[in-house]
Design a protein around this ligand. Sequence first.
Ligand SMILES: [Zn+2]
Length: 457
Amino acid sequence: MDAVIDFIQTHRDRYLEELKTFLAIPSVSALPEHAADMRRCAEWTADEMRRIGLENVRLIETPGNPVVYGDWLHAAGAPTALFYGHYDVQPVDPIGLWTSPPFEPAVRDGELYARGAEDDKGQVFMHFKALEAHLKQTGRLPINAKLIVEGEEEVGSVHLDDFIRQHRQELAADLVVISDTGMIDRNVPSLCYGLRGLVYFQIDLRGTKSDLHSGSFGGAVANPAFVLAQVLTQMKDRGGHVKIPGFYDDVRPLTEQERQEFKRLPFNETRYKKELGAPRLHGETGYSTLERVWGRPTFEVNGLVSGFTGEGAKTVIPALAMAKVSMRLVPNQDPDTIASLFEAYVKKVTPKTVALKVTRMHGGKPWMVELTNPYVQAAGTAIEKGFGKRPLFAREGGSIPVVSTFQEELGVPSLLFGIGLPDGNAHAPNEKLDLGNFYNGVIASVYLYEEIAKVGR
Ligand SMILES: [Zn+2]
């Protein structure tokens, strides 16, 4: 291993120059005028895969931008890891806020500034260099590797689910490694092992054919705005518990180990409250803020519309009231089950004085990998070796749809092995990659493959 690490130390400058070339390609998937750049970037990615010694490298066409595929499959008996990342980047607007042009990569104070530096070219490149170090120095990898680098992540990975389904056989692996996320902070390496899911609804209440004069009709009919408020207050109690019967039945309780992990994280509640501008924090009683955001489900009202909302006064009984509501779900809640429970409950608590319409919108399953999973442990050891510190184990309150897709289609655990930082400005002007984190990440990745090999299949 020493030789592999030495290889990395002596090639740092070359890495930087190569990464700059990758970043200089304006692969903005959202904008049609960059179609040629998308293709050029896919080809650059494929060429780089060949340069570092991967095999079977090719662009696999989709109805949108191609997926770049490469593999190395000569570690007989060792586990196979499927690596996922993306070569497309976010648009650069507002361009005026960039200190240096987004596609002219520049280093300032140990950070590399460019669109895509962190999300996700820098993190894809981290694995390229770790794979290269193994292959050039020893002629082999400790594991079998399959890489897919897609070009549509920033536009919702529209063709990825189909791609994974169609190539399920080819993509079969023992685990998935996704490097498209972040760590808690500089010098606080962490591993994310859980994400929340979602179900989203629109509720429409109709009271009458049209708005009514509140003097002539007030007292004769129900007011949908008022009924909607009453319905919504039935969803949660004052202690933040969701009142939908059966809502918590499948919630996997946080273990004592998880609660201890969360307590070790550098989280300052006073500063958090101040940053949000909230007079007080609020959530389900009996849980800390991080536990509520990461490990507990919620019910939220996302929007409300009814009646007269213009300037001045209008004496009206609105005909309609509408709310958008959603529930963030945690393992092992199932979006379909929760959707049915919600629909039944909202029907039950809505009086017959209004007509109710409930429309289900998008959603996704929650995800987590067990902390005791040996591959998670392997990733922890690799991070400790690369960053010099045992990582903390954290979850995230949001969703990453591709993670659930891998879970469902391939049925194997994913590692969210990300090196982004909270101030990395992903999706914003002056996106940057901390070069110290990057080089540590390359070393951690080199160890990751070793550690995965030790676990076996
Ligand atoms: Zn990304």
